[in-house]
Write a protein that binds this ligand. Sequence first.
Ligand code: NAD
Length: 491
Amino acid sequence: MESNFDLVIFGGTGDLALRKLYPALFLADCDGRLHPQGRIIAAARQTLDADAFRAKVGEALQRFVPKVSGDSAAAQTARDACLSRFLDRLTYFSLDVNDGTQFQSLKKSLDERDSKTIFYLSVGPALFTAIINGLKLAGLNTAETRIVLEKPLGHDLASSRAINALVLDAFADSQVYRIDHYLGKETVQNLLALRFGNTLLEPLWNRTWVRDVQITIAETVGVETRGEFYDGTGAFRDMVQNHLLNLLCITAMEPPSSHDPDSVRDEKLRVLRSLKPWSQDTLRENIVRGQYRAGSMAGVPAVAYTTEEGVAAGSDTETYVALRTEILNWRWAGVPFYLRTGKRMAERKAEVVISFKSPPHSIFDSPLAPNRLVITLQPEENVRLYTMAKAPGDGMRLREVHLDLDFKEFFLGRRQDAYERLLLDVLRGNATLFMRRDEADEAWRWCQPVLDSWEQDGTPPLSYAAGSWGPAASSRLTAMAGTAWHEELGI
Ligand code: NAD
């Protein structure tokens, strides 16, 4: 049985809450996964009464919740019943978090109930200090509470440490849930299942058999309505420091001794600690930094980054990063790990590609493409294994074929969204998929020399056309090791 809860969402009228959090909670409610008495309390600056707030959430659910599949009248009736139950859970609390006294009234409304309280900080990091101090001052930081922090958790190593020091002054680390929604994706969970629920891959999962690993998060969108935020952040802070490093950790970590949160997070931390430290040479040669210029997205003209709304004219913020690193341990020494992310890319995809070494000797005339295991997180979630097979007909001609594990076909039914899984984990107190303080710290520690070198160097990012795969220099990065990016192999 799920336990009773009060979920307080600071920033509960914001874009993230409306687009992701309420839809995720609504679907969890429809599946009977929320305690019947659980409450969701939005705390935000606007003056709204409860009805106006519920109407706002109702509209957001209309827009952002996928429609029921098929048009069965029974399914629609069940949805409607669920909608009214869900809206009844919502209350609205208007406050300016900069006014510490208002936390006392919030406390009064929470004190009346015997339930677990979760504070979700769905606000910019500039408000974290005020909220955490307000909670502390009002005595709301009891051992029974949990606090969820949205990214970005700092701008650099020093500011991330400052946020951690602040939150850990009021809460124990076991109460703190640092969200990286990539970790909530079904395929990331499946990567764990694939690696540690089977014996097949483990003997191959090392430097003897793996040639290289590529992890890509490519977006076709530009900065949309978040130009100002993005211009102060850039692709490296926005994607590499958190999502890409987390995917790298899950891919490369040693088998944990159990699935409990600390066993998994201890192994992830070991990977971060084994990342090759940057040197002057690797900072110069192993990172490509780019920014999109005007181009075309599927035939539609797209403007340059520097003319996007909210972006400073002449900005040298990067919208693309590709880098090569290594993991200095016995399993991985010498295997290149390529991380890459960009906006306005040719295609939207997030994938992990493990390329295996070629057979040591070929008895065939046909060239042999290396085997590849491709774990796709976006837009579809599937796992595909590329192997060589004989093409039908005369002679011995080999062709590449792929074996697919398409989760949609195999596992019928609704797929949980990453935020839904993570919110349910917070309600249940399962922290496996959240970053511990030491992980966040180690990730920033590895990233900081890159940020410092860019600041000192002052060289502007390389330009690439919107709708392309990034600057040409990124192909040189893989070519140095005699390989190529996955899409360049023409698969
Ligand atoms: P937003 O600007 O849409 O919403 C901000 C919210 O904070 C609003 O509800 C506003 O009322 C509230 N707020 C602002 N000042 C306040 C104050 N003084 N007192 C009380 N409430 C106040 O922002 P968002 O896009 O929802 O993003 C929230 C956080 O989540 C940011 O840190 C963002 O970087 C992060 N994030 C957002 C997304 C996204 O897709 N929007 C994705 C990942 C992470």
